[in-house]
Design a protein around this ligand. Structure first.
Ligand code: SF4
Ligand code: SF4
Length: 383
């Protein structure tokens, strides 16, 4: 298969946070030290070679970028300070931007000014829409239904979800098409009935592997096995954020289906309880992630882009304001501060969803499918 070569590709990747990968002389140290290297993924030397040669399609079709958990072990041992771990993260940002049909991801990744401008304008528009539904701020109790007309929140929220969902879906379809093409077509097969049965079994096995990898993330423990209490290990922190976020989504969905908007329920009401527990996990995970980024920049955030901070910062802020509102709802009186926190919470949650296809969050949608395709492609008959 012929490949298109772009000699300026390394420079392009620098805009996504990659360090000077030209310094790499292919010694292979990084591959030797990475505990995630396996039969289908030679971290990250081969991957870097594709970038040096400017073979974009091979790099974009690599499994490595979806499996790397960014422990930084390879960067710490690179004799040329080529920062291979950061390079993998930058390459992942690059491919996410290539799948995005709006080009917004590319602008958010490559321009700090655009990221800030986008955030400010989107937050201002959402705030104005919410304020258009403003009613009053009763003080005898926190009456959120009187504060902002629930229809404004619901219809704006639904619009944001639909826009983000459609863009995420288009990105996903683009990724599947490109990966399939690059991996020589996962749908094609040369077989009859016997191969069909084997294909089905490979399909199910690949599905199981990808689901288990995403749900339990056991490979995190292989990565960066330095002595750390279990509650601070990156696997636990990442799982807390992921499962907590899914729990919050479930609690919100069930609330919409089975509960009158803003109606008072006791703290032990099942959906409220689910939301509280899930929110605690997200708040814990996002807090540890932020603290690590701030206190250990060399390890966790030296090459982070503003859009990476946006995601984890918004997640933390939205969860924290959610808890403040939840507590305020049970207090005997309402306050202007609590109403404002509610407004910040609603706008922040909408921004978080809106940014889903364009930030670090995108990997939550793309990664499981990419892993499945790779697994299926490398285990099916004739692969
Ligand atoms: S990135 Fe560093 S460790 Fe890896 S192959 Fe290149 S020079 Fe060697
Ligand atoms: S950052 Fe960690 S997981 Fe990623 S390639 Fe380097 S050693 Fe492997």
């Amino acid at each position: 298969m012929a490949h298109t070569v772009d000699p300026t590709f390394v420079n392009e990747l620098a805009g996504y946070g990659a360090s000077d990968i030209k310094a790499c002389f292919n010694c292979g140290n990084c591959t030797a030290v990475c505990s995630l290297t396996d039969r289908g993924a030679a971290f990250p030397r081969k991957f870097i070679r594709y970038a040096q040669l400017g073979i974009k399609d091979r790099l974009a079709a690599s499994k490595e970028m979806w499996l790397c958990y960014y422990c930084g072990d390879c960067s710490a041992t690179c004799p040329r300070q080529a920062e291979p771990g950061e390079f993998v993260a930058a390459a992942r940002r690059y491919v996410i931007s290539q799948y995005d049909p709006t080009t917004l991801a590319r602008r958010l990744y490559t321009s700090k000014a655009f990221s800030l401008g986008f955030l400010v304008v989107a937050a201002a528009i959402l705030t104005l829409i919410m304020l258009a539904g403003y009613g009053s701020m009763p003080r005898e109790a926190l009456r959120l239904d009187s504060f902002i007309d629930v229809a404004y929140i619901h219809y704006t929220g639904q619009t944001v979800i639909i826009i983000a969902g459609l863009i995420a879906l288009l990105s996903l379809i683009t990724m599947v098409n490109r990966l399939s093409k690059a991996l020589n077509g996962i749908a094609s097969d040369g077989g009859g009935a016997l191969d069909e049965a084997a294909n089905r079994s490979s399909f199910l096995a690949a599905l199981k592997t990808a689901v288990l990898e995403v749900a339990a993330q056991t490979r995190f423990d292989k990565c960066n096995a330095e002595p750390t209490p279990w509650f601070l290990r990156r696997r636990f922190v990442h799982l807390s954020i992921m499962w907590g976020f899914l729990g919050l989504l479930a609690a919100t969905g069930l609330d919409l289906l089975f509960k009158e908007p803003f109606s008072q329920v006791p703290p032990y009401y099942p959906m409220r309880l689910l939301g509280t527990v899930a929110g605690l996990f997200v708040l814990y995970g996002a807090s540890v992630a932020l603290i690590n980024r701030i206190t250990q920049p060399d390890k966790y955030s030296a090459h982070s882009l503003l859009s990476d901070w946006l995601f984890v910062g918004l997640l933390w802020g939205v969860t924290l304001t959610g808890f403040i509102v939840e507590i305020a709802v049970y207090l005997p009186s309402g306050s202007v501060g609590a109403y404002i926190v509610f407004l910040v919470h609603v706008v922040g949650a909408m921004l978080l969803v809106l940014l889903l296809p364009f930030t670090k969050f995108a990997h939550a949608v793309l990664r499981p499918v990419a892993l499945f395709i790779h697994e299926f492609r490398t285990t099916r008959p004739g692969a």
